[in-house]
Design a protein around this ligand. Structure first.
Ligand code: EPZ
Length: 420
């Protein structure tokens, strides 16, 4: 299995191009099930999760173009030949559940495996099912699969989510586009990836209002058409790479990076003493040799501080001046990176849902193990700031969400290699 070796303490300078957002793309691809015409997506990142979604959609009868030498993908769903999303694919990636709503809306039936456990928390899919039941689906859980039917089609309704869920909002949105009548989603997710899905669905002919607020209204239509859509830029990839020069010192510009999608994170980074400026092509980060200040963060749904940047921010705060408290409110088990950072000399105590990080002067390279996507990249970031060599195992997690991570970091002067 591949490993990554990082030799730390090199200051970083140059430019990094930000790719399209993985999590936006994973919701946009299943939207192709809603139309018989072709959906063309551009700015698609080359990631293993995108390939997993491609394989899943192909298993349902979609014809999906190859992503090898391009950032464009075409998805055509003339006929749905299979309405069963198999456990063998779904278990690899939880976002597979996003085919349930569109399949049901298009075919009136769907059988989708329950995703099962996950390293960062229990992550049930009850809110997806709650929304689809409200829309009139009959659901039955049998043999680890959700069997869903809507023989007479779905019907518009009022869905008040008990708490905010990105995926459940996306499921409900897609299903509601082809339901009879009006659907209102209350306490909907406001994430940029949800807004991007709505933008694309609207291009396909859907009638939707209110995206980016907590109340979204969908007027069902009888048919959706094909469309072309460029995937929104990846705010989590941006935030992750912004932390690299923040940790090592340097000056890096992020082409295509958008501060408006990452305001809460940028405000917190500035609070530590890091300088951020907007440029004509994106955003840049400057850090001189001064020690950064400790800060407190609380992860929340958008527009709050994103849970997907908590691990990476922790890597920065390990060497801050003072004590930082990081409270994780989205996933109950998302501190798996902490014991690995401790192996590198960090001083971290987990107290329930909060990690208390007492800044040390310097981290030291060590062999560490990645447990999930964001934890893996936080270890790379920590390695960039550490003295000596950090050897990271289980790097296949990284391939799920960071395109060309080694090449991008090498391009700004990092000493990093992927080895077999
Ligand atoms: C999306 O996951 C992202 N994934 C996650 O990115 C991200 O961490 C998360 O949103 C929060 O921002 C994709 O978009 C593919 P949720 P999702 O439903 O939709 C609970 C990454 O690293 N919940 O908003 O699955 C859930 O357990 C990843 O790229 C239920 O209880 O997240 C969590 O505590 C990881 N029942 C909270 O809600 C449900 O039916 C929010 O989850 C659904 C969710």
């Amino acid at each position: 299995m591949d490993q990554i070796i990082v030799t730390g303490m090199k200051s970083l300078h140059g430019r990094i191009s930000i790719a399209g957002a993985k999590n936006a793309c994973l919701a946009l691809m299943p939207a192709a099930l809603l139309s018989e015409e072709t959906l063309t997506l551009t700015n698609v990142p080359k990631l293993s999760d995108i390939v997993t979604m491609q394989v899943l959609l192909e298993s349902l009868g979609l014809s999906v173009s190859d992503l090898k030498d391009t950032d464009k993908i075409t998805l055509t769903s003339r006929t749905v030949t299979n309405y069963v999303a198999d456990y063998e694919i779904v278990r690899k990636m939880r976002a597979s559940i996003l085919v349930l709503g569109p399949l049901l809306a298009r075919e009136g039936r769907a059988v989708v495996s329950l995703p099962g456990g996950c390293a960062i928390g229990a992550r049930p899919v009850d809110l997806h099912l709650f929304a689809l039941e409200k829309l009139g689906a009959k659901l039955e859980l049998r043999d680890g699969y959700v069997h869903a039917t809507a023989r007479n089609g779905l019907a518009g309704c009022y869905i008040d989510f008990p708490f905010v869920s990105v995926g459940a909002t996306e499921s409900a949105l897609m299903a509601a586009t082809l339901a009879k009548g009006t659907t209102v989603l209350k306490n909907a997710a406001r994430e940029p990836e949800v807004v991007d899905l709505v933008t694309c669905l609207r291009k396909m002919g859907a009638k939707i209002d209110g995206e980016g607020t907590d109340e979204i209204k969908v007027e069902g239509v009888s048919k959706l058409n094909g469309a072309k859509h460029a995937v929104v830029s990846d705010r989590i990839e941006l935030g992750t790479y912004m932390l690299a020069p923040a940790i090592t010192g340097g000056n890096v510009e992020f082409i295509g990076g958008r501060r408006d999608l990452l305001e809460a994170f940028c405000n917190k980074l500035e609070e530590t003493g890091i300088k951020i400026s907007e440029t004509s092509k994106g955003i840049s980060v400057q850090q001189n040799e001064k020690r950064i200040q400790a800060i407190d963060i609380v992860t929340e749904p958008f527009p709050g501080f994103p849970t997907d940047l908590q691990a990476q921010m922790m890597a920065l705060l390990c060497t801050a001046d003072g004590i930082s408290n990081l409270e994780e409110r989205i996933f109950e088990n998302r501190f798996m990176h902490a014991p690995e950072l401790i192996r590198m000399g960090a001083n971290i105590k987990i107290l329930g849902g909060t990690a208390r990080v007492t800044g040390v002067r310097q981290l030291k390279g060590a062999p560490v193990m990645a447990t999930d996507l964001r934890a893996s990249v936080s270890l790379i970031l920590a390695g960039l700031g550490a003295k000596g060599e950090t050897l990271i195992s289980r790097v296949y997690h990284l391939d799920r969400g960071y395109e060309k991570v080694v090449r991008k970091l090498k391009g700004i002067g990092a000493k990093i290699e992927r080895i077999k």
